[in-house]
Design a protein around this ligand. Structure first.
Ligand code: PLP
Length: 354
């Protein structure tokens, strides 16, 4: 048998390992610990019962785009919907990528940026965050973007996995000192509250990615969106398949967006829990807790890999980063409900005091 002619370099692509097991407590992916509020589930089911399953999606996409654009005081032409913000980010990398193109982003940040850059045959140009507190040196970032003649630069704000933020002044500084496309990935913005959306009108190269997967607990549906100038959304839209969003996701996301106020108490609870857990973890000997503005706690501990193994054995899934650059001995723990957070903490404390 001859060798199959897979695309060049495909074999070298890392596979996203989703070897998930059945965790007793799953706090490894920054998901919401709670399923849809019952009232919302009822609305979703009722709308789904009226879906024309035999038809390609039609007005459902418009509805969601209208709802989102109205909320931000933008036009529907400023909104692009994707299967998770992942799809949008991947398409952006594709649209600004290609051979010889450079894409600049901080490191450590969302691990998929590296992979999307590779898939787009672009060159990833990571800018190291400070080892001390994971802050981004804005001037350094801007000069790397400009010196490398980058096609796209990306920041994640608040940053995953380090939990810290860039101020709006810093974001504006980047936008006003660069001339390439500039994406702010706001996957965790609901836990922070200071969105860069207000800068869109002033900086036409700015793009903002949002997701329903985290604060709105809709990871199962795969839905996210981008806000940007109509010129950018029109170009990026060309990279999508026809009818790329399915009606079930659109209807569910639209219902959640309409009723997003229902999530405010949950978001506040996740923030309160994060604060509570941050102070508990920082009392443990050898733990350095980095202040987070998200729904997860980020910390460093000299025996992190051993602690992670210990938790895995007890059915608790947190995120450990292995040998990833600047993340040695770092752990990320998403906030579950109060009881879950206490169980995780107790297990961690038992390990530390063993
Ligand atoms: C979770 C996450 C996303 C993507 O989430 P989707 O489920 O694809 O919408 C994007 N960026 C960051 C930083 C994330 O943590």
């Amino acid at each position: 048998m001859g060798k199959l002619k897979y695309r060049n370099k495909l074999a070298d692509m890392p596979s996203y390992d989703v070897v998930e097991r059945e965790w007793d407590i799953k706090v490894n992916a920054n998901e919401s610990g709670m399923n849809l509020p019952p009232l919302l589930e009822e609305r979703v089911l009722s709308r789904l019962s009226r879906v024309a399953y035999n038809r390609y999606p039609n007005e459902e996409l418009e509805l969601l785009m209208e709802g989102i654009s109205r909320n931000f005081g933008l036009g529907v032409e400023n909104v692009l919907i994707g299967n998770g913000s992942s799809e949008i980010i991947e398409k952006l990398f594709y649209c600004f990528g290609g051979r010889g193109r450079k894409i600049v982003f901080p490191q450590p940040s969302f691990s998929m940026y590296h992979i999307y850059a590779k898939a787009a045959e672009a060159e990833a140009v990571p800018v190291d965050l400070s080892q001390e507190d994971y802050s981004l040196d804005i001037k350094k970032f801007v000069s790397v973007v400009n010196d490398s003649n980058a096609a796209l630069c990306v920041i994640c704000n608040p940053n995953n996995p380090t939990g810290n933020v860039c101020s709006l002044e810093d974001i504006e500084y980047i936008a006003s000192h660069t001339s390439c496309a500039f994406l702010v990935d706001e996957a965790y913005i609901e836990f922070h509250g200071r969105s860069a959306v207000g800068l869109l009108k002033k900086y036409p190269n700015l793009m903002i990615a949002r997701t329903f997967s985290k604060a709105y607990g809709l990871a199962a549906c795969r839905c996210g969106y981008m806000l940007a100038s109509s010129a950018i959304t029109a170009m990026v839209a060309k990279s999508f398949m026809p009818y790329h969003m399915n009606t079930l996701t659109l209807v569910t996301a639209d219902t959640v967006f309409q009723m997003r106020d229902e999530f405010v108490p949950r978001i506040q609870m996740a923030i309160a829990e994060r604060r509570r857990m941050e102070s508990l973890y920082s009392e443990l000997t050898g733990f350095k807790v980095f202040p987070s503005n998200t729904n997860f706690v980020f910390l460093r501990y000299s025996e992190a890999p051993e602690l992670n193994d210990y938790l895995v054995e007890r059915g608790i899934g947190i995120r450990s980063f292995g040998k990833a650059p600047l993340l040695e001995n770092c752990l990320r723990i998403s906030m579950g409900n109060r009881e879950e957070n206490d169980i995780v903490y107790k297990a961690v404390k038992t390990f530390v005091l063993r």
